[in-house]
Structures are given as C-alpha cells and as structure tokens.
Design a protein around this ligand. Sequence first.
Ligand SMILES: [Fe+2]
Ligand SMILES: [Fe+2]
Length: 359
Amino acid sequence: MAGSYPRPLPRASRTATISAMQSASFTREELLSNHAFARPHEAAGRRLHGGLDAQGRYLPPRTQVREPAVRAWEQRLVERGGELLRADLSLLPAPLFPNFEQQKCLLAHGLGQTLWNTLTITGVIEARGKILAEFPAPEFADVVEDDLSETATGHLRRGLLEAHGFDEGGAPDSDLGAHDAMWFAARDLALGIDSYPMPEIPESIGRPDAGRLCPSLPIGHEMMLSLLANVLLIEIRAEKVFSFVQALLRQHQLFRARTSDLELAHEMIARIRTDEAIHVDYLRLVLSELRTFTFRGLDGSRLPGTAVLDPLWNAVVQWHALENPRLARAQMEPVLRARILTHPEGAAILEEIESLADA
Ligand SMILES: [Fe+2]
Ligand SMILES: [Fe+2]
C-alpha cells in the first residue's frame, strides 16, 4: 500500500464538541481518555499508541477530551482579555547543522551515520519526556490568586502532564510503543536495523541552571516554570527536525531502502507530528495563562504574571535560539569532519560539505 497512507483527521472535526461544553473543568480520566479507535495502530512490525478511525485515518492517543479541552481553555483565556504567547518556529531561526544540502551530500556518499544519530538521539530524548508524568509538579494554586478550576494550569497535575509524558515515553500500564519507538521505527525503515552503533546521547538539551530567574517564588514553582518553558522550546525545535527529516525521506535516491519503507518512515514522522501539536498548544496556553494571573510572592507582595514569567521566558528563548545551536554546532563540527575523513574520498567530500555551509 505504498503511497496511500491515510491523512490524520482534520482538527476542525475533532474539536466540534467545544461549543457544546458548558464547563471547562475535566477529570484526570477524561484528559487521559482515548478516542474509540476502529483499529489499533500497528506499523513497521510494532504495536504503537494512538489508533485509526473507521476511514483508516490516524488519531493521536489521549486526545478525545484533551484536545477540545485545550480549545475551551484557550477560549476562556481570550474572554478574560489574555493573549496567546508567540511560541512558534520564528523564535528559532538558526539553521540545523548539518543543513539540508549537507545532509543530502552525506547520504549521497553513503555517509548515513549522521542522520542515524539524529534519529536515535531524537528518539531517546523523546522517551525522556516521560519525566513529565513523574515530575512532582507543584500546585500553582498555592502561588496565584486566580481561580484555576477552568484553566489548563489548573489541570497540569490532573492529567495534562501525565498525558504528555505517556505520549513521549509510553504509559506504565501499556506495552504500546510511543514516540521513542516511532522514531526508531522510522530510522530502521530508512537506514536499516543496527546499521551504526548507539551514539552518545546529550545529558540535557534544556537551558542549564544559571541562578534564580523568579526569586519571588518558591524554588519548586520556578523549576516547574523553567521545565514548562524548556519543554515548549524543545517541542518547537522538534518541529524543525520533523519537517527536515520528512523532506529528506522524500529524496528516495539518497537511500538504499525500498520506496514503501521510506514512505512508511515518512508517515511515522507525520503521526508523531500530529501527536506533538497538542503538546505545543497546551504548554503555550499554560505559560500564556500564567502571564495573566496575579502571583503572591514569598514576601507577601502581589506580582503581575508578566513580571514573573517574562524574564524566565526570555532567558529560555535566548538559550534555545542562540546559545544552544552555537554550542551544538561547535561540538558537532569536529565529529562530523573526522567521520567524513574515514571515507576513501573524505577530503573531497569535506570540501563539498564546506562549500554547502550556511553563511
Ligand atoms: Fe514527542
Ligand atoms: Fe512532544
């Protein structure tokens, strides 16, 4: 069935229930509930999360209520006069390294390890997202004056963080593969199983601790805000990797894999992308809501949410937009050079790679 993978259900039809919602308060069980799948999600020999509807379209896991809930909370935010934070790819203009043409050049010369490592590292980092389900998240009701009962913020500990963690690394009571398994499936389809050794996985890709950014809050709340902001930026950066890898997988001549396997790898990433949309949406919404609340500082003072959130958000954006890409590139360049030079025509390939570099 090469080339005929069904497209995900359009968002509009999945959110038709919003207008019917009277209350924007939900239980943990509701926020973790799945659609009534017509068929399980099985692909590339793996049993995976999510499922297919009667038309064979992919439906993400745990979104039956979670998705319309996010739309309802967004509506509440706007009704209160709040606005959604700008949190999209325009915040992260640095190109990926190696860039698209360089990656094509590497693959054309049979140098697939760099892409292999990218896919493996992405899968392992996705699985680490499971920490969100286990993280001892503090209650924001302890530090803000506002009523959180009909907000995303008020549901973080009541299903939202758990649903996100399970999407990334799998639910504890389930043997269905999550995003790590989906990335590894895409990698193996495109580049072959066990083609290269396991790469070194970076310790962390979040902004390193550089002192307090919200000293007026308890440390646990500041750590939570920092986690939410970092994960949001990592999710946005992932979107760049998704479209990059999908575009590469469309260049069938660069791979030795069968066309049908490349198309399934492409589809696998499309399904991860479909799942990720709600992560970006709810994280952006929580940070946007928090900017509209009034915080109670440790010294009893009242602080507008913008005063608490904006310095932290700006620091995290700065790290992901500038510092992290610079560091990642500096670490990657010598490794890539050494790898290219192991090829019999390494010197010529290196010259070609350098000629394709971004300014
Ligand atoms: Fe993910
Ligand atoms: Fe995600």
